[in-house]
Design a protein around this ligand. Structure first.
Ligand SMILES: NC(=O)c1ccc[n+]([C@@H]2O[C@H](COP(=O)([O-])OP(=O)(O)OC[C@H]3O[C@@H](n4cnc5c(N)ncnc54)[C@H](O)[C@@H]3O)[C@@H](O)[C@H]2O)c1
Length: 247
């Protein structure tokens, strides 16, 4: 059987790099897409030194044309694509009363426009094939309004969860499923870089399980949702937050 193929956005570092690695370990061919293409190339080389089962491509998730050319590049290289993981995201913590129009638009673009365009371009392709899987990385912030991440980010992630439902409904009859995963704070570089150590201790103390989340586990849930037999998991938001938010 030929290998399944996944494209992961924001795969140069952080969660995206872990998702790319775990899919690769699970036997997938992996396209690592990122605006930081050199770092993505290094991550791809770590997985596959000859590029036969992993390669990097430049993709700015705020651009629909970039999603279209990424799709075409993967199809030219490997002839198929089975899974999209919309992972790229970014935020800057700014008090809600001080967020400017430009800051709002920029964070909405990276975290929400990205989901719209990814689901449009890949959803249409998967629907034409009659099968496909999309996993959108949302956030706990999109469910509870967030604490340390910024109002624009929380609003965008809430929108990503809503778009997940819209696309899931729209594409279901054509064999395509769309799900979101909403992680709480993960044990990843960005968390250690952006939260001062004393504050991070308090954050961890406030998590019912008393630990930051595992990026590898988030990746494994994405792999589970991407499986061919995962057809009945659709339009859901998978909460993985250590018990910070229960519903
Ligand atoms: N780290 C956490 O605790 C946490 C918790 C909940 C959700 N998330 C979500 O997980 C995803 C990954 O987060 P992370 O912690 O790995 O962040 P990160 O900042 O470490 O990595 C983000 C990656 O996305 C890339 N990127 C940024 N803007 C881009 C653009 N316009 N086009 C393409 N790529 C772009 C960056 O170059 C980087 O490689 C994000 O969607 C984030 O919101 C993270």
């Amino acid at each position: 059987m030929s290998k399944r193929i996944v494209l992961v956005t924001g795969a140069a570092r952080g969660l995206g790099a872990v998702v790319a690695r775990r899919f690769h370990e699970a036997g997938y061919k992996v396209a690592l897409a990122d605006i930081a293409v050199e770092a993505a190339q290094a991550a791809a080389r770590d997985l596959s030194s000859d590029g036969s089962s992993a390669f990097a491509l430049k993709l700015d998730v705020t651009s629909k044309a970039d999603f279209e050319s990424a799709r075409d590049t993967v199809l030219e290289r490997w002839g198929a694509i089975d899974v999209l993981v919309n992972n790229a995201g970014a935020s800057k913590v700014i008090p809600v009363m001080e967020i400017t129009a430009e800051q709002f638009d920029q964070v909405i673009d990276v975290n929400l426009r990205s989901v719209l365009f990814g689901c449009q371009v890949f959803g249409q392709h998967f629907a034409a094939r009659g099968v496909g899987r999309i996993v959108n990385i949302a956030s706990l912030a999109g469910q509870n309004g967030g604490s340390a991440t910024g109002a624009h980010y929380a609003a965008a992630k809430g929108g990503a969860i809503t778009l997940t439902k819209v696309f899931a409904r729209d594409l279901a009859a054509q064999g395509v499923t769309v799900n979101a995963i909403s992680p709480g704070p993960l044990d990843l570089p960005i968390v250690h870089e952006s939260v001062p150590a004393d504050k991070l201790e308090k954050v961890i103390a406030g998590i019912p399980v008393g630990r930051l989340g595992s990026a590898a586990y988030i990746a494994d849930v994405a792999i589970m949702l991407a499986a061919p037999d995962a057809y009945f998991a659709n339009g859901a938001c998978w909460d993985i937050n250590g018990g910070l938010f229960m519903r």
